[in-house]
Design a protein around this ligand. Sequence first.
Ligand code: PLP
Length: 204
Amino acid sequence: MAVSKTHPTERIRAAYAGGIRVFGENRVQEFSGKADSLLDLVEAEWHMIGHLQSNKAAKAAELFAAVDSLDSVKLADRLNAAAEQENKKIPVLIEMNVGGEESKSGVPPETRDLEDLLQSVPRFAALEFRGLMTVPPFSDDAQGARPYFRRLRELRDSIARRKLPGISMEVLSMGMSHDFEVAVEEGSTCVRVGTAIFGERPKP
Ligand SMILES: *Cc1c(COP(=O)(O)O)cnc(C)c1O
């Protein structure tokens, strides 16, 4: 996945021309400003990968093909309602906060929150639960992320073994520009690469 957040549509077009079809954006507001001028990229698949506030769920359901950062029952409720309205099914990944960092979104693994979300899945008929996503704590050394990637994979495996209704666990979204090789070694099926494709992001 090419993470195109902050980059202008010309750069996205260049990536598309180069063969990229799956893109990640992290803000509803920003992407809604770009989406209209990218409608002709008919094969592009836009994923929401940033923190999504429940009050923006409806807009996200309209704009994105998938939400890879689902992190609460409340958001799932809103997204499910919006997907039903739009008459579509939205693939989602559960974002896990594997490092338990205060500053990060995602479900902390050591709480009841994950279990609550998993148990609620049968009521979200318009969402397709496909796997897990994480952004590990930052470390300069890519190897520092390995234990977190491994943890996400083990979590995925343990959920998959339970064969819960409505939940498939084939996607493991982990790894960014500086650590994607390690993520792939640990079983990633989707790396989210921004800087290594588009260059440094403009400073806000
Ligand atoms: C920005 C971002 C990325 C890409 O980061 P790079 O280091 O530029 O590759 C990946 N995942 C998420 C959730 C992001 O917000």
